[in-house]
Write a protein that binds this ligand. Structure first.
Ligand SMILES: NC(=O)c1ccc[n+]([C@@H]2O[C@H](COP(=O)([O-])OP(=O)(O)OC[C@H]3O[C@@H](n4cnc5c(N)ncnc54)[C@H](OP(=O)(O)O)[C@@H]3O)[C@@H](O)[C@H]2O)c1
Length: 317
């Protein structure tokens, strides 16, 4: 079996991959040209780099392990060739970081940090009335690894927390931790009483634009919207219009539709908006945290066991 690594592995990681699949041949691509040369004979690709460019030549490919949580770009750009390939993503390693980032955006909005920074730059001592989260209601749209990690923290701040999952059918259910979880049919009925809408959804055909103009207009004017999932899930123009019109209290975005936004994009001129450059999962230094997932999944593949974090290509995540 040929395994192609589309990244330069650390020494320890390479050794552990060899131990995971003792009879496999591990090849390391160091450029797009070398990836293209190796991919024709490979059954397994580990890592995203050069994957899309070389996929048309990957005649024998059976499994691809991505090093991201969101696989929207791979699914959108790979085309039909990917359908006969098992695709796995990484999960369960970045949610603490994402949840802290979502909270930073939320607290930054409620505690007026943008205005404070602007005043600081003008050497002004402005003082305003600020809001608190304790006792208020939040709806976490996307109750996966990130959403749940956010929800636990919001509850710790004294908020009332509800989540949304695709797999809940009919009326909302209570999960083991007593969180109320809605399905796609019922979450919209909560919007009128939602103080914080926190979006951690993947970008799929079902979620694209699902936080649209009417959903945003249904929120109270005192509500705050935070999105750390994907920009395409939300109607950005509607969000910006409502912020300009004072019909929402504020927003925090770690992700927008066009990244990076153009110099003259609307996003640079929106009041009460905190924007971070898609750093919820920040750049890693040292050994990447996905290494153990790759090693475990290669062991499983080698032994014919079910893989971790298999993407449902039909559902899109
Ligand atoms: N900002 C960043 O730096 C950053 C970093 C990593 C990831 N992300 C984004 O965050 C997303 C979520 O990551 P995750 O690890 O939490 O994913 P996950 O564990 O797969 O969770 C996704 C959640 O969304 C729900 N969902 C999917 N489609 C839905 C629909 N149509 N209606 C209602 N709920 C729906 C799923 O429902 P079920 O539970 O029923 O499946 C699940 O609860 C990723 O896909 C990626 O786009 C952003």
């Amino acid at each position: 079996m040929n395994v192609l690594l589309m990244y330069e592995p650390t020494e320890g990681h390479f050794r552990r991959l060899q131990e995971a699949a003792p009879g496999a041949r591990l090849n390391v691509a160091t450029s797009e040209a070398s990836a293209r040369a190796w991919v024709e004979e490979t059954e397994v690709v580990l890592g995203n780099r050069w994957f899309l460019q070389t996929l048309p030549s990957a005649r024998r490919l059976r499994w691809m392990q991505s090093n991201s949580m969101g696989v929207d770009l791979i699914l959108r750009q790979a085309g039909p060739r990917l359908r006969s390939v098992t695709l796995t993503c990484v999960r369960g390693i970045y949610e603490d970081e994402l949840a802290e980032h979502a909270l930073a955006l939320l607290l930054g909005v409620t505690r007026g940090l943008r205005a404070a920074l602007e005043d600081y730059q003008r050497r002004q001592w402005g003082r305003w009335s600020l809001t608190t989260l304790a006792g208020r209601r939040s709806l976490v749209l996307g109750w996966g690894t990130i959403g749940r990690a956010v929800g636990i923290r919001l509850r710790a701040l004294g908020m009332h927390v509800q989540g949304v999952r695709r797999s809940v059918e009919g009326p909302p259910v209570r999960d083991a931790d007593q969180f109320v979880i809605h399905g796609p049919e019922t979450w919209r009925q909560e919007l009128a009483t939602t103080d914080v809408l926190l979006v951690t959804l993947p970008w799929t055909s079902a979620t694209e634009g699902c936080v649209g103009r009417s959903e945003l207009q249904s929120l109270p004017a005192s509500a705050i919207v935070v999105n750390v999932g994907r920009g395409a899930v939300m109607d950005e123009s509607a969000l910006f219009e409502l912020l300009h019109a004072g019909r929402l209290a504020g927003a925090g975005l770690d992700t927008v539709v066009d990244e990076p936004p153009a110099a003259d994009a609307d996003v640079w001129n929106v009041p009460r908006l905190l924007l971070t450059p898609h750093v919820g999962r920040s750049l890693e230094t040292g050994s990447p945290r996905w290494e153990p997932v790759f090693e475990e999944n290669l062991r499983r593949f080698w032994q014919g066991l079910p893989l971790l974090h298999v993407v449902d290509q039909q559902a899109g995540y």
